[in-house]
Ligand binder design. Structure first.
Ligand code: PT1
Length: 286
């Protein structure tokens, strides 16, 4: 299987052949699991995003609805009110592609109009029947993520026979469905959804079996920054999970992950620079 070399996002080709890219998280929510409320004010959220860009982020992911376990759904109008000024500000000033983390077509539509070029949909175009048409019209890049259940109920009783096989099979089916609907396969990116309807052992299996996702032929995104899996393995609270998160990021990079979604951009860039040099992945930093 050839390694994909680009990710097509609204006519812009993001190079993904070398070191893993770092996607910086910009939460605009009062209740996010690790930094909720910190950047709830739009100006401060833009400032934070610009800081992540100068820290070396390759992509910024802006989200106005928390999808952590147990989180409640946010109405589209409220989600739009939160993310639009931030996406507008960042798209105009940050110089790197901006992604919107949403399951709603109306939010994606507004975000794309405001300058976003990627839709990160944790429901893989399932939640909103209008989402496929929205991303198709814009030619946006799309992250298809796997989740068992919904954020509200996903941790109740996650259950799999062969978690890696089931998640890979499901992502492959979602990819086929997207292409049949007219999306360019080159716009797609895949994500096994660490922490989304998974027990600790499921998350561990998914990371160990990451090559199965890489073999699907599209870029693979991994988000485990500060998540409870890191907390369980280290015994640390959300604010003390940097070292564990970096170890997970390095492991994912070594197993072929193309994009790492993280809170701590500067530290992850350093970790990725070292691991890339030692494993012979080209690194374009300098
Ligand atoms: C992710 C991701 C995301 N994660 C993509 N988008 C979150 N593509 C939001 C916990 O167990 O991995 N990939 N958007 C955040 N969601 C969670 C899930 C946060 C689980 C925390 C946990 O602590």
């Amino acid at each position: 299987m050839t390694r994909p070399t680009t990710w097509l996002c609204r006519g812009r080709r993001i190079a993904i052949s070398g070191r893993p890219l770092v996607m910086g998280i910009v939460n605009v929510t009062p209740d996010s699991f690790s930094d909720g409320g910190v950047h709830f004010d739009p100006d401060r959220a833009v400032e934070h995003g610009l800081r992540l860009a100068s820290d070396g982020a390759d992509i910024l992911d802006v989200g106005g609805e928390s999808t952590r376990p147990g989180a409640a759904e946010v109405p589209a109008e409220e989600e739009l009110r939160r993310v639009l000024p931030v996406i507008r500000g960042l798209a105009a000033r940050c110089g790197i592609p901006v992604s919107v983390d949403t399951r709603k077509a109306a939010v994606a539509e507004g975000a794309l109009e405001a300058g976003a070029s990627i839709v990160n949909d944790v429901s893989a175009l399932v939640h909103d029947p209008e989402m496929t048409a929205t991303v198709l019209r814009a030619g946006a890049g799309v992250v298809l993520m796997h989740m068992q259940g919904t954020p509200a109920d996903m941790q109740n009783a996650p259950c799999y026979g062969d978690v890696v096989g089931e998640v890979a099979g499901w992502l492959k089916a979602r990819m086929k469905c997207a292409v049949e609907a007219g999306l360019d396969p080159e716009t797609l990116c895949l994500d096994p959804g660490i922490g989304f309807g998974k027990r600790p052992e499921h998350n561990i299996s998914l990371l160990g079996g990451l090559d199965r996702f890489v073999r699907l032929g599209r870029p693979v995104l991994i988000g485990l920054s500060r998540k409870s899996i890191v907390g369980i393995l280290t015994g640390r609270g959300t604010s003390e999970r940097l070292a564990g998160s970096l170890a997970g990021a390095v492991f994912a990079a070594m197993r072929g992950a193309h994009i790492l979604r993280v809170h701590d951009v500067r530290e992850t860039r350093d970790a990725v620079a070292v691991v890339s040099a030692l494993t012979g992945l080209p690194d374009d930093s300098g």
